[in-house]
Write a protein that binds this ligand. Sequence first.
Ligand code: CA
Length: 225
Amino acid sequence: MLILLVEDDAAVAASSIDGLRSLGFVTVHVTTGAAALASVTSTSPPDVVLLDLGLPDMDGQEVCRRIRAASEVPVIIVSARGDEADRVIALELGADDYLVKPFGMRELAARIRAVLRRTQTPAPQPQASAIQEVGRLRIDRRAQRVHLGDEEIALTAKEFDVLAFLADDPGAVRRRTEILEHVWEGHWYGATKTIDAHVAAIRKKLGDPAWVEAVRGVGFRLGSP
Ligand code: CA
């Protein structure tokens, strides 16, 4: 398990490397965005990237965007900037998680394991014949049809995919990045407003916004009005 630590602060880097080593992780340390990009695109890329946002040569968000454009490697942003706007931007740039400094080694290890679990587990595939009922909502994945009570709801293919993805685990929050990756299969850079447009259309067609609940700064979940 190879961790790429992108951190220009020598003291933070030293304590992180020690902590990661004691937890059984092998760490490669670089101090610039350019070196991080070189490592990710090298012949021995890391399994996880820990990315500081304040780097000497390049904004960390730009580094994150470029890593994501070049690789599927999980990225955990590690930053002193913990406000919601920074977190949302980072997640929308394709980061898998966001950790605010200062943090404990156990928390870091838990986040690393969690992103590895998520990224190494294939997305749940809908069963060919599954008809699912959530309250009055009935989703037929095989026929790609949705009924609300007796009434059929005409959704576009992408609207159906968004709804079906949320319904895979009713009540669970799906992050915007997860929805984009699942429904748009990663071809979505700069198009996160697309989710809002699709959610708005689904809510309107289902006649109640409570069917798709927004979780501020995170994503959406299937509700049950
Ligand atoms: Ca820094």
